[in-house]
Design a protein around this ligand. Structure first.
Ligand SMILES: C[S@@+](CC[C@H](N)C(=O)[O-])C[C@H]1O[C@@H](n2cnc3c(N)ncnc32)[C@H](O)[C@@H]1O
Length: 151
């Protein structure tokens, strides 16, 4: 699996949180960090969008992180991730930068994933995504990391 994310994660506390889950993932998640674009907000989105689309493997199953995207329960996300992986296409997650995502990226999406209608900082989205991928794998494996607690 692959994650294409705009921006370099420098904060040690954030890096440690990503690493906490990243080292447990099977299959692994390769993270490709893209440099922040420069210029006006529109130019930034366009340049970052070009770089994101160029970094997507041709056959990838592209999952765009978007607050206007689809809300999954963790169990639903686990089942969908298994289905996407079974297609024989590499799941490729995308997180935009401070200006958000260009339409060219949203149009490339095979699926979208929302963490609610709140806008989150992109580095926090990265941390939450790797945790949810780990949770999805734990659910699929029947590992007790995930406890639904719901009746
Ligand atoms: C700081 S946000 C961008 C905000 C930008 N003004 C916009 O309207 O998209 C950076 C990235 O984090 C991700 N993101 C932020 N909030 C999200 C949410 N609630 N669900 C899913 N992804 C989110 C998206 O990929 C977004 O492009």
């Amino acid at each position: 699996m692959k994650l294409i994310a705009v921006g370099r994660m420098k904060d040690r506390a954030e890096v440690a949180l990503v690493e906490r889950y990243l080292k447990r993932l099977r299959p692994k998640l390769d993270i490709v960090e893209l440099a922040d674009g420069r210029g006006s907000p529109d130019e930034i989105k366009r340049k970052e969008g070009q770089a994101i689309v160029a970094a997507c493997p041709a056959q990838a199953f592209v999952v765009v992180l978007d607050e206007a995207g689809r809300n999954f329960s963790s169990v639903d996300f686990s089942q969908n991730l298994a289905q996407w992986s079974a297609l024989g296409r590499i799941p490729c997650f995308i997180i935009g930068g401070a200006e958000g995502l260009d339409a060219s990226v949203v149009n490339r999406a095979d699926a979208t994933l929302s963490f609610g209608t709140l806008t989150w900082p992109h580095m926090l989205v990265r941390i939450m995504l790797v945790e949810q991928i780990y949770r999805a794998q734990a659910i699929a494996a029947g590992h007790p990391y995930h406890r639904s607690g719901r009746p």
